[in-house]
Design a protein around this ligand. Sequence first.
Ligand SMILES: NC(=O)c1ccc[n+]([C@@H]2O[C@H](COP(=O)([O-])OP(=O)(O)OC[C@H]3O[C@@H](n4cnc5c(N)ncnc54)[C@H](O)[C@@H]3O)[C@@H](O)[C@H]2O)c1
Length: 268
Amino acid sequence: MMNHQKNTMSEKPVIAVTGGGQGIGRAILLYFTERGYNAAVLDMNLETAAAVAEECKARGADAIAVECNVTDSASVNAAYDQIGGYFGGRLDVQVNNAGVFRRERVEDATDDVTDLLIDVNLRGPVYTSRAAIKIMKEQGHGSIINAHSILGQFPDFGLGVYSATKAGLFALTRVLAAECAPYGIRVNGYAPSVTDTPMVHHIIEERPEAKLDQIPMREFGTPDQIAKICWFFASDLCEYTTGINVPCDGGTWDVQRPFMAWKAAGKL
Ligand SMILES: NC(=O)c1ccc[n+]([C@@H]2O[C@H](COP(=O)([O-])OP(=O)(O)OC[C@H]3O[C@@H](n4cnc5c(N)ncnc54)[C@H](O)[C@@H]3O)[C@@H](O)[C@H]2O)c1
């Protein structure tokens, strides 16, 4: 673990993102640091976290990379001690983004895969929220953002355990929103569908027609689109909104046959 020491209160707002070493987490960090935030990049992979911290610095931010396994409460507590210390007790935005994706029918789900999905996707946000709340309570404000998934609302074959973790996380978001409201902390979540990151890049490369047929906007998502929703959650545009889930999915599953509109428009 790198050792970070500075402890004067950060003048710029501070964002911490778990799973910040790649994909959606990285995009959120770059979006916020381009717009005046300092950053803590948390990941179990310190190498990728350090590379993203450098990218944040290139955007004018003070940024630290912190090795953190969100499934391990000692690792999480140590990480937030470092972040709180380095930024002088300032933490404006916490994104519980680290997640893992595995496809297995429930009857085939091994103990290992079941544990991994529940530990990273559900236990992790409990631990990191708990640690972030401790800092945010002191300063009297904050925005916590959870990585839900449209599979939490519309589960799919072979994705029972993953979908259950994301549905559970949305329940956690709503309860946390109520519990944190007295401290000026809002808690919301984003729900991507297929978004182009290392996690699902293989699906995007194949461009399966059947998947595109389910999406009214007929395109897969980009990590930047999620970053923009986080920017809204963190800003005072969202000051009276807490406990919600915002899908970022091009309208997926709003209607049964969205491709019919493309046919009617003569574009398919
Ligand atoms: N990409 C999508 O299509 C999609 C769709 C719905 C939901 N999501 C959710 O969005 C979030 C980000 O997804 P992504 O596509 O950027 O994923 P990704 O696999 O590209 O990146 C995930 C990051 O989390 C880190 N990580 C994994 N386990 C960890 C742990 N125990 N502790 C700390 N870090 C850990 C990885 O090292 C990696 O850097 C996830 O929660 C995912 O479930 C993604």
